[in-house]
Design a protein around this ligand. Structure first.
Ligand code: TTP
Length: 626
């Protein structure tokens, strides 16, 4: 359900930066001989040459598309260089792409608040940097404007001839309104940042510069690769007038279809015909206002300062004959997934001093008989204990519990077609002495490992975890809003005694007005063709175009690439906190799981906006939106 946010006070300068054919660029940096050649990265899968997941701009000219398989791409572009996604533990290993993304983020985040929106895209709030530039060295005072900035596309600027000259004039107009002057400064800053990214990482990226996230995101994809587009306020009306509603984030699905079919609204601009009251009457108060706002390019979403992932996840699909049939086979794969997960959360703890608190298992399965053909394998969560063996043990328990529930009274044979495991609710580790007392002198890792995990949750991981979470949210209003309204979390009785102790103690600390515990919880081939000695397996993390088209339907926030959803895909039994899931992590899951997780996220977000329960969570809740 879209949430309308009023435009924030003052003129803002927001950039959306998106890497160009990202995985291809990472592979080309590894193998420079591929540069300039039509290249595609293929998913780890031997069927028909594997699915393409990233296509270079040279290959796109031949008609190669992401929806193709390697064999099809070779038909339209015989010279295409197909590079296999690296493989580890029998599945795609995305570490190289993740760290390449982090390299870029570390450069982009130097000029303002930075929100990592997915593995290869970020939002930047450059308002302060642009204001400073405008007051100290405004564009009209510059002898030379950055060449890259002059190549910007300024929406609404007439005349293709001598484009650069026109752009230069636009940059240095002394009679420009303050908003446009700020955008000009923002564009110079972004051009400089893109240059730095290229110099330091050898990657090109494209950007949109506007007054809000929505417009910046729309603009970043308008001129690719390696270009940037500016959206002055005066150009917003025309931009939206012809923009198909379905292209708009959150309008890709049912809401967009209803606008088309019921109101005859085909472009975002068509929405201007309707009053806010009319839209509210038809779609409810929030959605109505949100629609009224977007028709005018209004969006107050803030750039959240977040450069680290909100969760870690890894998964694997087992399509067709590869479906897992025995608990031993499931266990063996779970062990591998858990090993990877354990390494990643341990690295996160070592490098970023962050601790993950929830372990969640998702699976897709079917019964070999026809009984209950639509029944879903329930997702299960429990408090996360550090250490490979513990994670493996807990994941196995989660699976067993899920399987028992899935099978019910029918003792049928079953098949598992996908498995994934994720670590969420990642909080900063304590930095105060009071926390050492809390853990009675143990190391943080061992203290966490000691948190007993007898009880498996099929909705909120445990109230104790939620308890920490609500304190955490004191610092983030948006999230307070989302969390505070989660009735399932509120209602979940805590069964995990040791962690309950943490809760109780934390409450005592709060009672005493001791901020330290609050801090804890608030922190809490080289041959160019087919490098393919990969074992055969399913396709991981492939996001089809269809999927991307649908995904916009259910986003509440600005995270990209979340979202294919159908009612059937929603599983009310799981109430993981949607806000805690990093979209880039979802991208890495197998497609089937991606869809399902996105479905849950939607239903979870929806639930959080409608209900509120009562329990210990209220005690800690700081939600003044409730
Ligand atoms: P995108 O940003 O969607 O695309 P891109 O960077 O390849 O190309 P563009 O220049 O058009 O933005 O995705 C970023 C990376 O995410 C992409 O390089 C590979 C990965 N990815 C998948 O693994 N599967 C998918 O289905 C998609 C869409 C992307």
């Amino acid at each position: 359900m879209p949430i309308p946010r009023p435009d924030l006070q003052g003129d803002r300068v927001i950039a959306h930066v998106d890497m160009d054919c990202f995985y291809v660029q990472v592979e080309q940096r590894k193998q420079p001989k591929l540069r300039g050649l039509p290249t595609a990265v293929v998913q780890y899968n031997d069927w028909k040459g594997g699915a393409l997941i990233a296509v270079s701009y040279e290959a796109r000219k031949f008609g190669v598309k992401r929806s193709m398989r390697g064999a099809e791409a070779e038909m339209v572009c015989p010279n295409i260089q197909l590079v296999q996604v690296p493989v580890a533990r029998g599945k795609a290993d995305l570490n190289a792409y993740r760290s390449a993304g982090s390299e870029v983020v570390s450069i982009l985040s130097t000029k303002g608040r930075c929100e990592r929106a997915s593995i290869d895209e970020v939002y930047l709030d450059l308002t302060d940097a642009a204001e400073s530039m405008l007051s100290e060295t405004p564009p009209e005072a510059l002898e030379d404007i950055d060449e890259e900035a002059l190549k910007s596309h300024v929406l609404g600027l007439i005349g293709d001839e001598d484009r650069e000259k026109n752009v230069q004039r636009w940059f240095i107009r002394s009679d420009a309104i303050h908003q446009d002057k700020l955008l000009a400064c923002g564009a110079i800053i972004v051009a400089h940042l893109r240059g730095e990214v290229l110099k330091e990482t050898e990657f090109t990226c494209s950007a949109g510069i506007a007054h809000n996230k929505m417009l910046a995101k729309l603009a970043s994809g308008m001129h690719k690769p390696a270009q940037q587009t500016i959206v002055p306020s005066s150009a917003v009306k025309d931009l939206l007038a012809s923009l198909p509603v379905k292209k708009m984030k959150q309008l890709g699905g049912k809401l967009g279809s209803s606008l088309q079919n019921d109101l005859g609204v085909n472009t975002v601009g068509d929405l201007l015909k309707f009053s806010e009251e009319k839209l509210q009457e038809r779609y409810g108060f929030n959605t109505g206002t949100w629609l009224w706002n977007i028709a005018r390019g209004i969006s107050g979403d803030e750039v959240k300062g977040r450069v680290l992932p909100k969760s870690h996840g890894c998964g694997k699909t087992f399509p067709g004959p590869r479906a897992l049939k025995t608990t031993a086979a499931v266990e063996s794969w779970l062990n591998q997934l858990c090993e990877e997960l354990s390494e990643r959360i341990q690295l996160d703890m070592d490098q970023n001093k962050r601790v993950a608190h929830t372990l969640t298992l998702h699976a897709r399965a079917f019964k070999t008989s026809d009984v209950e053909p639509h029944k879903k394998f329930p997702s299960k969560s429990c408090p996360l204990r550090y250490g490979i063996n513990k994670i493996q043990e807990d994941a196995k328990k989660l699976f067993d519990t899920g399987l028992r529930e899935f099978l019910g009274s029918h003792s049928n044979a079953w098949r598992v077609t996908s498995l994934s495991i994720s670590a969420g609710k990642i909080l900063d580790t304590p930095r105060t002495s009071s926390i050492s007392r809390l853990f009675q002198g143990k190391s943080l890792s061992s203290a966490i490992s000691d948190a007993s995990n007898d009880d498996i949750q099929d909705d909120a991981p445990s109230s104790s975890i939620g308890c920490k979470e609500n304190i955490v949210l004191e610092s983030d209003k948006d999230e307070v809003f989302a969390h505070g309204k989660s009735v399932k979390e509120d209602d979940a009785p805590s069964k995990d005694r040791k962690i309950d102790v943490l809760c109780t103690q934390s409450r005592k600390q709060k009672d005493k007005g001791n901020g330290s515990i609050l801090k804890f919880f608030s922190g809490i081939n080289t041959s160019a063709k087919h490098a393919s000695n990969a074992p055969s397996s399913g396709s991981e993390s492939h996001k089809g175009q269809d999927q991307r088209d649908h995904q916009e339907e259910c986003l509440v926030d600005d995270h990209s690439r979340l979202g294919t959803i159908s009612n059937q895909q929603r599983d009310d039994s799981w109430n993981f906190n949607a806000e805690d899931i990093d979209p880039s992590v979802i991208d890495e899951l197998p497609p089937e799981i991606q869809r399902e997780v996105r479905g849950w996220i939607c239903s979870s977000k929806r639930a959080k906006t409608t209900k509120r329960g009562s329990s210990i969570f209220h005690y800690f809740s700081t939600d003044d939106n409730a």
